[in-house]
Write a protein that binds this ligand. Structure first.
Ligand code: ASP
Length: 310
């Protein structure tokens, strides 16, 4: 039996102590801890990393604090279009959905694409039809209405640009959620879920549902889930690049993460971060932004929760 380990993120960005209240900080920390517990309670019983990743992400999707599921940001035309993906490191099976609406838990729909269809990636109306067929849980528009996100859209429209999930006080924040895990059987899994970017155009898709960019898992190397400015993460093929540096260059997880997040992404202007875990259970949580909501738990060790850089 191997030791399990689990890491999650709730988005990266300009998260400053100065713009945080004690109450808000507590709420974020509690939400991160709840998500860790959702995954850990399965892993501790010998459960699979895929189930732990899905459970942790569902917990974050159900919380309006994060830009995924219930808290998904608004598109330019006032809708919510969500993206998600999940990957199993054991057999490289993967599932993803893009631009889905009214789905309560897009991560579970992504998993259903993997397990119940012959496809890997489904988008838009086709993905919605598939969701109906497998009886996925749909929610009405008002379930996804969060006043703060609506205010963000008005701000973004004023500036006439697509804005990353920031708050009204101009705090810049990418609220995407994700999880990576290794179970006691030594299998890795990764998943990511997002509403994308505030004021994004109808049909815009970022890195989150793209296997190899926003999410990747391979038992030979690592499990990765990203958060940040999707256009840059797509162009840098971030998650697979880290796996490749480990597989073909023999780099450690830490070194591979450093090169991609702190050098390659920075050089092209890609702000954000990621959570990473290797086959030995090592965890890395690198980010080149001011902060990243993050938490991790290794079997038999203390829970770690972090928000800011220091
Ligand atoms: N990566 C996501 C996207 O570009 C945004 C985020 O991480 O919050 O859609």
């Amino acid at each position: 039996m191997r030791k399990f380990a689990l890491a999650i993120h709730g988005g990266a960005g300009t998260i400053l102590r100065s713009s945080m209240t004690a109450e808000k900080e507590l709420a974020y920390k509690q939400a991160l801890e709840d998500a860790i517990i959702a995954g850990e309670s399965l892993l501790i019983k010998g459960g699979r990393s895929m189930d732990a990743v899905e459970a942790a992400i569902r917990s974050l999707e159900n919380n309006p604090l994060f830009n995924a599921g219930k808290g998904a940001v608004f598109t330019n035309d006032g809708k919510h279009e969500m993206d998600a993906s999940i990957m199993n490191g054991k057999d490289l099976m993967a599932g993803a959905v893009a631009s889905v609406q009214n789905i309560k838990n897009p991560i579970s729909l992504a998993r259903a694409v993997m397990e119940k269809s012959e496809h890997v990636f489904m988008a838009g109306i086709g993905a919605q039809e598939f969701a109906k067929k497998i009886n996925a849980e749909f929610m009405p528009d008002d379930y996804f209405f969060v006043q703060q996100r609506f205010d963000q859209l008005q701000e973004a429209k004023k500036e006439d640009k697509m804005i990353l999930d920031h708050t009204v006080d101009k705090e810049k924040k990418f609220g995407t959620v994700g999880a990576v895990a290794i179970d006691q059987h030594g299998n890795l899994a990764a998943g990511t879920s997002t509403g994308g970017m505030t004021n994004k155009k109808h049909g815009r898709v970022g890195d989150t549902p793209v296997i190899g960019s926003g999410t990747y898992a391979n038992n030979k190397t690592c499990a990765i889930s990203c958060t940040g400015h999707g256009e840059f993460f797509l162009r840098a093929v971030v998650a697979y690049d880290i796996s490749c540096l480990m597989e073909y260059k023999g780099l450690s997880l830490k070194k591979a993460c450093d090169i991609v997040v702190m050098d390659k992404l920075v050089k092209i202007g890609g702000e954000g971060g990621l959570i990473a875990l290797d086959a030995k259970g090592n965890i890395e949580l690198p980010f080149n932004s001011e902060g990243m909501y993050r938490a991790s738990k290794k079997e038999g060790e203390e829970l770690f929760i972090g928000i800011y850089k220091d």
